[in-house]
Design a protein. Structure first.
Ligand code: ZN
Length: 149
C-alpha cells in the first residue's frame, strides 16, 4: 500500500488522506472541495492553524505577518514562489498577527516577518526578517532533508 500522508486543508481545516506524488497538486479537499495545494499560501485563522500544526503529517511553515509591515509585503511573492517549490512536500501557510493576536502571543512573536517551521506538532526552527524565495526553500530543506525537490 502506498504511503499516505495526512494533508490538512488550509481553507477549512479538513484532514485528508493522500498519497503524495504528481497528483497531489490536483487533489481536492474531501470536505470543502477546494484544492489542497493552490500554489498560494493561505491566511489561516486560529482553528485552521492549530489543525495544521496538530494533524498534518507534512512539515508546516508559517509566515507571521501584518498588513502594515513593509518587509512582510515585500516577502509575500517570495513566500508564494517558495510554496510552489516546496508543496506538496511541505505545507506553507500565513498568519496575520493583527487578526490572530492570541496565536501570535502564544508563539512569542517579537518581530515580523517571522517564519516558523513545525513538524510532528513541534517547532523545529524559526527565523525573522524578509528572505528571498531561494533562501526560504534552502532554509526549510537544510532543516528537513526529507522535503524533496
Ligand atoms: Zn477543505
Amino acid at each position: 500500500m502506498a504511503q499516505q500522508n495526512l494533508v490538512v486543508c488550509s481553507k477549512c481545516g479538513g484532514v485528508n488522506r493522500l498519497p503524495l506524488g504528481r497528483n497531489a497538486m490536483e487533489a481536492k479537499c474531501g470536505k470543502c472541495g477546494n484544492r489542497l495545494f493552490s500554489g498560494q499560501p493561505e491566511d489561516v485563522d486560529t482553528r485552521v492553524f492549530d489543525c495544521q500544526i496538530a494533524r498534518s503529517s507534512l512539515p508546516v511553515v508559517v509566515d507571521v505577518w501584518a498588513p502594515w509591515c513593509g518587509p512582510c509585503k515585500m516577502m509575500a511573492p517570495a513566500y508564494a514562489a517558495a510554496a510552489n517549490e516546496l508543496e506538496p512536500h511541505a505545507r506553507l501557510i500565513k498568519l496575520n498577527s493583527d487578526n490572530e493576536k492570541a496565536v501570535a502571543a502564544r508563539l512569542g512573536i517579537r518581530s515580523i516577518p517571522t517564519m516558523i517551521l513545525f513538524h510532528g506538532g513541534r517547532e523545529i526552527a524559526r527565523t525573522s526578517g524578509a528572505m528571498t524565495a531561494g533562501q526560504i526553500v534552502r532554509w526549510v530543506r537544510d532543516r528537513l532533508p526529507t522535503v524533496a525537490a
